[in-house]
Design a protein around this ligand. Structure first.
Ligand SMILES: NC(=O)c1ccc[n+]([C@@H]2O[C@H](COP(=O)([O-])OP(=O)(O)OC[C@H]3O[C@@H](n4cnc5c(N)ncnc54)[C@H](O)[C@@H]3O)[C@@H](O)[C@H]2O)c1
Length: 353
């Protein structure tokens, strides 16, 4: 059987982290690339030995040899390119956020259903061995009934600082969307995807707007910056569980390794933390505290690569999408509600029409 042929759209930063996964897979190989920046495209083609290089994604969609399209462009292009590829009969793996607006994701799901192909969101944090081990342990019932989650992704001074991330018209929002999507997706996945019913949130710009504000990655913040630098939310779920989310690119908070990213889950029988995979239980009859830690081993592939590897396997095996768009719709519905709550100053009900 011939390998699945992959075309990558947007061969900038994140696309490079996908390449080792496609290279490691026996099922797939990258044969095409597309980018509007011809210098970036040519360099990427030389580096990876890819000869089919185009500047218009439609030329990849119409290529009958291609089976998979890997969408790695800025946020606003995820929906149109994924829908174009699905309508052309290709399987699609698309970078996060799957789309900024829930309605766009609904359109992507409709295109997936029309095509009968797979659509997956590249939520790479799910694909580390540590995340998988913790998820497996939680699924044994180790925490009992999970009734509360706290999760955050906080940076001290690390905004991406390009228009695709910090100009609202292009990015759709700031850290709430860019990094909130990572930690919230991971947390909902660990919780087993309860349905969110209400969101109270705040999104504000307090540090980025100050004179001299800078990013350790990119120097002074661009004058075009018009998104929030901090967001937080309180979420209620249909099973009674609650969740507190905090995200920031710029906060007076210690972040020795660029960012402090953590998830805590609390259940009736125990609590746990990610990424250290620590568990905390209290035995009431014996009045003893039990603290433990899951065994963690080094991964063969880095998570961005692993997600591509597993997508190729899913396509080949006719298996479900490793990250279904319905789950991304739930995540983006919550993040979208944070902005709506900021605008209205009220809690947003998601269970009312
Ligand atoms: N999963 C992660 O950890 C992670 C990390 C960074 C970025 N991302 C996501 O990846 C996406 C891209 O981010 P990036 O950091 O790689 O950005 P980038 O700017 O480095 O790369 C994007 C590329 O898309 C190209 N492009 C733009 N418009 C295009 C068009 N119309 N047709 C073809 N190519 C086009 C650009 O020229 C650029 O080379 C974003 O959605 C971002 O949120 C994910």
């Amino acid at each position: 059987m011939s390998t699945l042929k992959v075309g990558v759209i947007g061969v900038g930063g994140i696309a490079r982290t996908h390449m080792p996964g496609w290279a490691a897979s026996e099922e797939a190989e990258v044969v095409g690339g597309c980018d509007v920046n011809q210098d970036v495209l040519g360099q990427w083609g030389d580096e990876h030995g890819v000869k089919r290089l185009v500047t218009d994604p439609a030329d990849l969609f119409s290529d009958p040899d291609l089976d998979i399209i890997d969408v790695c462009t800025p946020h606003a292009l995820h929906a149109p390119f994924s829908i174009g590829a699905l309508d052309a009969g290709k399987h699609v793996i698309c970078e996060k956020p799957l789309a900024v607006k829930p309605d766009e994701i609904r359109q992507m799901i409709a295109a997936r259903d029309r095509s009968g192909k797979l659509l997956m969101t590249a939520q790479h944090f799910r694909f580390s061995g540590t995340s998988k081990a913790l998820k497996a342990e939680i699924e044994t019932g180790a925490l009992g009934n999970v009734y509360h989650a706290r999760n955050w992704m906080l940076r001290r001074a690390a905004a991406p600082n390009t228009p695709g991330f910090v100009v609202k018209a292009q990015a759709g929002g700031g850290p709430c969307i860019d990094i909130g999507v990572h930690i919230l997706d991971l947390t909902l996945w660990m919780m087993g995807h309860p349905t969110p019913v209400a969101v109270s949130g705040v999104a504000r710009n307090e540090i980025a707007r100050q004179d001299g504000s800078f990013s350790i990655w990119a120097g002074p913040l661009t004058d075009q910056y018009d998104v929030e630098d901090f967001a937080c939310a309180f979420v209620r779920f249909d099973n009674g569980a609650t969740l507190i989310l905090e995200v920031s690119w710029m906060l007076h908070h210690p972040a020795p390794h660029t960012e402090d990213m953590q998830m805590w889950l609390y259940g009736t029988d125990g609590g746990c933390q990610w990424p250290d995979c620590r568990f905390y239980r209290t035995s009431f009859p014996t009045r003893q505290f039990h603290d433990s830690r899951l065994m963690r081993t080094k991964d063969a592939l880095e998570p961005h690569a692993q997600e591509c590897f597993e997508f190729a396997d899913a396509v080949r095996d006719g298996a479900p999408s490793p990250v279904p768009p319905e789950q991304s719709l739930q995540v983006m519905t919550i993040l979208d509600a944070i902005y709506r709550s900021q605008e209205s100053g009220r809690e947003i009900r998601l269970d009312e029409a």
